[in-house]
Design a protein around this ligand. Sequence first.
Ligand code: ADP
Ligand code: ZN
Length: 517
Amino acid sequence: MESVLKKYFGYSAFREYQKEIIEKILQKRDCLVVMATGSGKSLCYQVPPLAVGKTGIVISPLISLMQDQVMTLKQRGIRAEYLGSSQTNPTVQIKAESGQFDILFMTPEKACLIPSSFWSKLLKVGISLFAVDESHCISEWGHNFRVEYKQLDKLRNILLDVPFVALTATATEKVQIDIISSLKMKDPYITIGSFDRGNLFYGVKPFNRGQLFINELVREVSKFVASTGSTIIYCTTIKDVEQIFKTLQDAGIKVGIYHGQMDNKTREESHRLFIRDELQVMVATIAFGMGIDKPNIRQVIHYGCPKSPESYYQESGRCGRDGIASVCWLYYSRSDFAKADFYCGEFTTPNQRRAVMESLMAAQRYCLTTTCRRKFLLDHFGEKSAADRCGNCDNCTVSKKECDMSREGFLLMACIQSCRSKRGLNMYIDILRGSRSRKILDAQFDKLPLHGLGKDYSSNWWKALASQLISCGYLMETVSDVYVTVSVSSKGEQFLRSARPDYQPPLFLPVTSEMVD
Ligand code: ADP
Ligand code: ZN
């Protein structure tokens, strides 16, 4: 193992976890590897084929990713190739089935469609491992579910004596369990590395989408790239990408653009220029994703809330891969949280829709939390964080003001309870603000004594208060299909029991910038 590492990769020692994982693969044990981006997962499936001189099969979701990897491996003198719909060279398959490659990449579609004679021929010469990269794509609970991945289980019965190795950089416990059962893994050896990226600063701010904010953002980014280094700006829509791109260009910044509606050639050119430091900023949708192997990105900005904490962790994690201090800023607006329908669009089963909703709600909680952001992310991945405060996120570095919100908290909680039916937050806020909409009149909510008592505050103000009450455990949210309802928790009920319309016990809550104006 060590000599392979030295000979082909030029490294003298394994990193944490690598050696154990490789040993287990050599003993033909199935493995699940969950380790942060940049921690050296690929090496775990690259070494065994070279050590035993038998082909390793690697399933990967994107042709462009496979092409990059094949090129890098070939430069190291490793016999690598890929099979996918865009592979037009017919001799690759023939060479592959006689075991002439050390590492053979395949798309999941190809692996399922290729005739079983291919596998039986290759099995005769021997297969060292069957690796599934980006294996979170198998799970409906993952942030990037792909149907083709789900069908890989068929191969388990064909590749009987071959160790299956599932790798991913992001998997909650639910996703890990799903991966293991989907691939029918037997007693897998599980490695879960730390998700903590200590050199990344995390910060979140609310914003109003539009040109005014973009002008401000462009000023900030210009200063940043001049003094510190390159930046990726992720947007949720192509329209936003184009608007920010144009403003940066007008400001004289060397900026690139990348999204799903550009043709492949222009996209690749844009990618290449950014990697080579000929562009300072890349404005992109999340189509600009896997395979960005640039170590010195210093900042990732999200213009709009991402669809899950997992996607946020992965997208923001593209900066600071070299270990040097880097920053991740997320700008959100309230309307981002109402995008569930948009994200649910391509999903049909109730389970899938619920998974999308729950992810989006978790992302929302990340935006609104007033405690340590790093701890939030680590908790989300089921990792115990060492400290309650990391000292390297906005909530740990800026001291938050707290205010007594007993009257306002009482109004909202009492309103929710007096409706006696589970509704969405907007309904309760409309009642407090004295709305006389059809829905409210039909349900006779205008007759409630609380109707109109909260009209001095805007509905966004009430939403911000509700977020604080949720995050402090007085209210709770429940998802059913694509609807989110809000109800009073037992902690909230306790508060209400000790309160009267003319007296409320103190209720101190952190004040966010949305609650100041
Ligand atoms: P991942 O697949 O987890 O994102 P990679 O396998 O791409 O990570 O590894 C990240 C970087 O670390 C690569 O440049 C790789 O060559 C390097 N690397 C991996 N293992 C070692 C090692 N044992 N010693 C030194 N560098 C390593
Ligand atoms: Zn922190």
